[in-house]
Write a protein that binds this ligand. Structure first.
Ligand code: ADP
Length: 441
């Protein structure tokens, strides 16, 4: 018998419709000039039992405070709050639901000791990360009842994520009525993909009836990182063919051709593509029924294995999903850890080659996210597959961690570089752009 059980029945979290008022424009822009007036933007990334937040100053783009609520709805719920320049502190606070979590965040932000604002009025807008926008959303937009309904409508495409994201939206609307809120979608940047890249080779009616297609994720990161890479190189993104390797616990590669996503490794869900921390990435779909028979379990149980027990964790024989542990184990002679690291690099290398073929070459390869920013050894393993494109990695520069750095030589045909991602800042910028636009009036 398969012992795993799918527990995530978060679909029941959707509540009643809310009327979210559009803000009086003088609230945020007394001088009427877009972007000139300082705003504090609260960025919320809400999961089913966790909530990450950052308060960002729109002028300096500095993080005023950030934190994380964990175990929401369970015993031992806690909030970890870090004010800029201050110490990180974790407090255990009862948080029976997301309303309580948002209330705890507001309390921390306005606390006389660890707070950074004196009252709620100093939060001028909220930017929400929303995982799935389906085909409807190709850019960020101001949240109102119609947008909430549309996000609900595509929730069957991301049943673990969208309902949780909406809980965060509703909790903020309740506790901060009148504060404008913006939805920023992980899928939006990839809506420029052509049908030849997003269609699966299934009967076409499944796309037409059920919208089964590649959507892609990490769009906010791929957009931000490709933009920043072009900026660092002093070029326009519209003049470049960029391959972005977002290698975190979740991981994806995107081909950004002259500013547009034309292909990406994640699919209908974030399970496809690269080998990830605990997700398998690409595999033969027949493996699912094969395992159902062998393990005598349901398709859902196998999907849980593919999402949570596979990837680097599974391939290494259960050592870890963390690349630091895997590198240590491989250095100590563990063959499974070494094979897992080799398989990971091979998969990324394959996709870089494929995307270079799709764009008739590449100008820039960018590494980002936890592994991409910090793991020089993995960057080197991957770059060994890309030498044929005309790029190299300087061993000294490759020791740098978590910073913007060009790893290749000036004479190389293709630039290889590291650009740390900053999804929260990207969400804050998109929120500001929308709240500052005329539509809000
Ligand atoms: P996500 O946002 O998808 O949860 P991150 O982008 O934060 O993930 O990446 C987390 C992963 O990055 C960790 O699981 C670990 O494998 C890897 N990582 C973080 N720091 C290092 C490091 N110094 N060296 C190697 N890998 C690292």
């Amino acid at each position: 018998m398969c012992l795993l059980r799918q527990t995530g029945k978060e679909n029941g979290l959707l509540g009643k419709s809310l009327l979210i008022r559009k803000p009086p424009v003088e609230l945020s822009f007394p001088d009427g000039k877009k972007g000139k007036h300082k705003m504090n933007i609260l960025v919320i990334n809400c999961g089913s039992s966790s909530l990450k937040y950052q308060l960002i100053d729109s002028i300096s783009e500095k993080v005023l405070a950030k934190g994380l609520c964990e175990r929401i709805g369970s015993d031992g719920a806690c909030i970890t709050h870090t004010p800029a320049g201050g110490e990180k502190k974790t407090d255990t606070i009862p948080m029976p639901d997301h309303n309580a979590a948002i209330a705890a965040v507001i309390e921390k932000l306005t606390d006389p000791e660890v707070g950074v604002i004196s009252s709620l009025d100093e939060i001028n807008a909220v930017g929400h990360r929303i995982v799935h926008g389906g085909e409807r959303f190709s850019k960020a937009l101001l949240i109102d009842d119609d947008v909430i309904k549309a996000i609900e409508d595509v929730s069957d495409l991301a049943p673990l994520h969208n309902p949780a994201n909406l809980i965060g939206v509703r909790a903020c609307a309740k506790l901060m009525p009148g504060v404008p809120m913006v939805a920023v979608f992980d899928t939006a940047f990839h809506q420029t993909m052509p049908s030849k890249a997003y269609l699966y080779a299934l009967p076409l009616e499944y796309y037409k009836k059920y919208k089964v297609r590649r959507y892609g994720f990490h769009g906010t990161s791929h957009d931000y990182v490709s933009n920043r890479a072009a900026q660092i190189l002093g070029k326009k993104r519209e003049d470049l063919r960029i391959i972005v390797c977002h290698l975190g616990n979740g991981a994806s590669v995107t081909a950004v051709d002259h500013g547009k996503s034309i292909d990406t490794t994640m699919g209908l869900t974030p399970l496809e593509g690269l080998i990830m921390g605990t997700r398998c990435g690409d595999l033969d779909p027949a493996i699912i029924t094969f395992l159902m028979n062998k393990l005598d379990c349901s398709a859902e149980n196998v999907l849980t294995i593919l999402n949570k027990k596979s990837g680097m964790l599974g391939l290494s024989g259960g050592i870890s999903n963390d690349f630091r542990d895997l590198s240590r184990a491989a250095a100590e002679g563990n063959k499974d850890a070494e094979t897992a690291l080799q398989a990971y690099a091979l998969r990324v290398g394959k996709y870089i080659g494929a995307y270079a073929a799709e764009m008739d070459g590449a100008d820039v390869i960018v590494f980002t996210a936890g592994v991409g920013e910090n793991d020089g050894a993995m960057r080197k393993r991957i770059s060994d597959y890309t030498e044929f494109l005309g790029t190299s990695v300087d061993p000294e520069k490759n020791k740098i961690r978590g910073e913007e750095v060009i790893l290749s030589r000036p004479e190389d045909k293709v630039v290889t570089m590291v650009v740390p991602t900053n999804e929260e800042l990207a969400i804050a910028r998109q929120t500001l752009a929308i709240v500052g636009s005329k539509d809000v009036n």
